[in-house]
Write a protein that binds this ligand. Structure first.
Ligand SMILES: [Zn+2]
Length: 411
């Protein structure tokens, strides 16, 4: 079972006491229901290798903890008795937050990676950390008053470097944040367990669990946004974190030694050579029309000279980055989000062909290059930061106290 943010649970082995075994089995079954969004009891029995009565007991306990719902299938094509369907309960929720330069997005996320409600607070200027915390605090208080569900905690996807050990946002260049103790600020204001990570890190977790990286153990995500290019990497089913959560900054990979000056101080980073504003400009679109970019590029690529030259140039540098990624990580899939997905879709198989031609033959033959289709992958991934505690120990739901729920960040 893939567990990109750590803590894979397995059915217990000899020598464990019964209580440990029970918790492990609860964790295994809940993690399966969460990852698959709904499963029949027969499929759970098959997937866990446990016997039918044990699975039934576990499901009953999870239902009593309000963590799963149990229903009869409406229609079944299978021979024999219909099996009951187990789904994640919407009663335990995470509040997920994504502050960005043009808006603060806040989602109410349920297990199974479902965004139940989404709030978008547009801002004229990049929000400060205090502004973000106050907005979040007001919304969480409103949720507690109006809804009987349990808020397990808060997960934040930040467009910047977040320290995994202390939850401090070291730098978020497009928000103009430096050394903001965000996790402590949010936890103090709301009284809720809080986690934070880089936004592309959240996105790769969501893609690995519910998106284009399902069934893949090695996933690289590259997002092209207004502010630049972010990345996240899953290797062998585990999120690549680095010494303090800073790994995966693929946007600052050198792709052109004659390139432009990056805000990070270096020359020729991927995000200086491949950027959204130039693409929007060449097809005559404004910031707010980025959703039209793919179609405009598709219409003009190959017929309009300026568009074709710019797209070819950006594809060349993106291809250099992808060659490096393929040779270094040997991923099964590279998922492109934002304008990078638009660039790929508008030029059909060009990127895949480039990588197959330029990367080492072994890893080049293994990789699929696809575009993200998972809406809200940052919010869903931020929710995953919160859910991992209850997935590891579902009995923590009964006490309302989250074990290990110190104010921590996740890398
Ligand atoms: Zn840079």
């Amino acid at each position: 079972m893939k567990d990109p943010i750590g803590g894979t649970s397995r059915v217990g082995s000899k020598g464990r006491n019964l209580e440990d075994l029970r918790r492990q089995n609860l964790s295994t079954v809940l993690s399966l229901v969460h990852a698959n969004r709904s499963m029949t009891r027969a499929d759970l029995t098959h997937a866990t290798g446990l016997n039918r009565s044990t699975v039934a007991t576990i499901v009953t306990e999870l239902e009593s903890l309000d963590l799963v719902t149990v229903s009869q299938p409406v229609d079944t094509k299978r021979v024999g008795r219909p099996s009951t369907v187990i789904g994640p309960s919407p009663r335990h929720i995470a509040v997920a937050v994504h502050p960005d330069k043009d808006a603060i997005a806040i989602g109410v996320v349920a297990m199974g990676g479902r965004v139940l409600r989404e709030f978008r607070f547009d801002v004229e200027h990049a929000p400060s950390a205090v502004h973000t915390v106050n907005t979040l605090h007001a919304l969480v208080r409103g949720l507690e008053l109006s809804d009987g569900g349990t808020v397990l905690g808060i997960g934040i996807g930040v467009p910047g470097l977040v320290g995994a050990r202390d939850g401090v946002v070291r730098v978020a260049p497009h928000l103009d944040w430096r050394d903001e103790p965000l996790v402590d600020m949010v936890a103090s204001a709301t009284g809720l367990p809080t986690w934070a990570a880089n936004d592309a890190t959240c996105a790769v977790v969501a893609e690995g669990q519910f998106g284009q990286g399902v069934d893949e153990e090695n996933v690289v995500y590259l997002n092209g946004g207004a502010g630049g290019i972010g990345g996240g990497v899953i290797v062998g089913g585990q999120l690549l974190s680095g010494e303090n959560g800073y790994s995966g900054e693929l946007g600052h990979m050198l792709v052109n030694s004659d390139g432009g000056l990056c805000h990070c101080g270096a020359i020729g980073c991927l995000e200086t050579e491949v950027n959204r504003d130039d693409l929007l400009g060449v097809v005559g679109l404004g910031d707010a029309e980025a959703n039209l970019l793919e179609q405009r590029l598709r219409d003009a690529y190959g017929t309009d000279q300026d568009v074709t030259e710019l797209v070819d140039r950006q594809l060349t540098y993106l291809g250099v980055a992808m060659r490096n990624i393929v040779n270094i990580f040997n991923p099964g899939v590279i998922v492109l989000g934002g304008f990078l997905g638009a660039l790929r879709n508008a030029t059909d198989a060009r990127l895949q062909d480039d990588v197959e031609r330029s990367a080492l033959a072994g890893p080049a033959s293994e990789v699929r290059i696809v575009s993200s289709t998972l809406e809200d992958n940052v919010l869903i991934g931020a929710g995953e930061l919160v859910f991992r505690t209850i997935l590891r120990d579902p009995t923590s739901a009964s006490t309302g106290i989250m074990p290990g729920a110190e104010r921590v960040a996740a890398g």
